[in-house]
Structures are given as structure tokens and as C-alpha cells.
Design a protein around this ligand. Structure first.
Ligand SMILES: Nc1ncnc2c1ncn2[C@@H]1O[C@H](COP(=O)(O)OP(=O)(O)O)[C@@H](O)[C@H]1O
Ligand SMILES: O=C(O)C1=C[C@@H](OP(=O)(O)O)[C@@H](O)[C@H](O)C1
Ligand SMILES: [Mg+2]
Length: 178
């Protein structure tokens, strides 16, 4: 069993929002690695970062991604930093991976009001977001089979674009949906 589609991209790209809507459109279940990590740790992501550190979070995340890839037959949304793991990137080979992209200004705008992303809480979230994009863009592109830039699109337009691109790539036929 393997996901119909795996969704990657920076924070605020819409992995959770679009992933859930994409799953609904395809009639398959949705699963979010961040939620799996919270369940495994028994506490929110912010508490994992502050009490146990980022390294501990990344270890839980790596395990949750591997489990999701092995067990989940629907749409699987990863956390924004999942692709930092070389082991995870290797596991993604051969999967249908949708890279939802978002630029600096819109990414900061979408994540700005939330304190739920510990990496972006601090004196200069914009500089942090820029660094994060610079470091990760090549990694998202390394694993992606489809890329959609979401800055100027409403969520339903992003879903439509992803579905069209997946159809073009021949990856959402009936057999895959079963
Ligand atoms: N295409 C979009 N247009 C406008 N807002 C969006 C879009 N996609 C997501 N959002 C909003 O941005 C925020 C972050 O979305 P989320 O799905 O949590 O992103 P991610 O899981 O990639 O971090 C949410 O408030 C969501 O409603
Ligand atoms: O970019 C990151 O390193 C992170 C992104 C978050 O997920 P979203 O990308 O869904 O916000 C979450 O996994 C954690 O706060 C770390
Ligand atoms: Mg998310």
C-alpha cells in the first residue's frame, strides 16, 4: 500500500489545507505527519521543540513519514522540514510527490498569525523563512514529481491545478485510487 499522493513544501504552502481538500476530491483518506508526531509524542509540536529539541522532533518526524509511506493509501501531507532528512528523501523516490510552493512574502503572511510553528517564532520570522526557503527549495525539487506555485491561487484553484497536473502525469487513474 502506498499513498496516492504525498504533499511537501514550506510552512504555509498549504500542505494540510490542500492535502485534505485533495483527498476529499479523490475520495481517499487524508493523513498529516505533523498530527502523527503529536500523537506519538503525546504533546504539541511547540512543546516537543522546547522540551526535547529540534533533533528529537526530526527523529519522530522521520519515523512518522516512514510509517505513513508504508501504511497510508490516501493523501499524505508531510511537515515542511521532512525533506531535510536524506533517509526520507530516499524513501520518497518512486512516489507521487506534490510540491506546493509559496514565496517569501505570502509564506510569511500565511504563517504570521500562528505561534504553532516554533521555527518561525522569534525576532525575525521573515529572515528565518528566507533561510528556510534557500536551504529547502532544492530538496523539495529533488523529491517532487509535480510542482504548483500557490501564491496567487485560492485553495480550490490549487486543488484543481494539482488534480490536472496529476492527471497529466497519469497518476490518478482509477486503479491508483483503489
Ligand atoms: N492557497 C491559499 N490561499 C490562501 N491561504 C491559504 C492557501 N493555502 C493555505 N492557506 C492558509 O495558510 C495557512 C497555512 O496553511 P496550511 O495548510 O497549514 O499550510 P502547511 O501545512 O503547508 O504549513 C492556513 O491559514 C491556510 O488557511
Ligand atoms: O518547516 C518546518 O521545519 C516545520 C514545519 C511544520 O509543519 P508545516 O510545514 O505543516 O507548518 C512542523 O512540522 C514543524 O513546526 C516544523
Ligand atoms: Mg501542515
Amino acid at each position: 500500500m502506498s499513498p496516492v499522493a504525498v504533499v511537501v513544501g514550506p510552512p504555509g504552502a498549504g500542505k494540510t489545507t490542500i492535502g485534505r481538500a485533495l483527498a476529499a476530491a479523490l475520495g481517499v483518506p487524508f493523513r498529516d505527519v505533523d498530527a502523527d508526531v503529536v500523537t506519538a509524542a503525546g504533546k504539541p509540536i511547540t512543546d516537543i521543540f522546547t522540551e526535547d529539541g529540534e533533533e528529537a522532533f526530526r527523529a519522530l518526524e522521520e519515523r512518522a513519514v516512514a510509517a505513513g509511506l508504508a501504511e497510508h493509501a490516501g493523501v499524505l501531507a508531510l511537515g515542511g522540514g521532512s525533506v531535510l532528512s536524506a533517509a526520507t528523501r530516499a524513501l520518497l523516490a518512486g512516489h507521487t510527490v506534490v510540491f506546493l510552493n509559496v514565496g517569501l512574502a505570502e509564506g510569511v503572511r500565511r504563517t504570521g498569525l500562528s505561534a504553532a510553528r516554533p521555527l518561525l517564532v522569534g525576532i525575525n520570522p521573515r529572515a528565518r523563512f528566507r533561510e528556510l526557503l534557500e536551504q529547502r527549495l532544492p530538496l523539495y525539487r529533488e523529491v517532487a514529481t509535480v510542482e504548483v506555485t500557490t501564491d496567487d491561487l485560492a485553495p480550490e484553484e490549487v486543488v484543481a491545478r494539482v488534480l490536472a497536473d496529476l492527471d497529466r502525469a497519469g497518476t490518478t487513474n482509477e486503479e491508483d485510487r483503489r
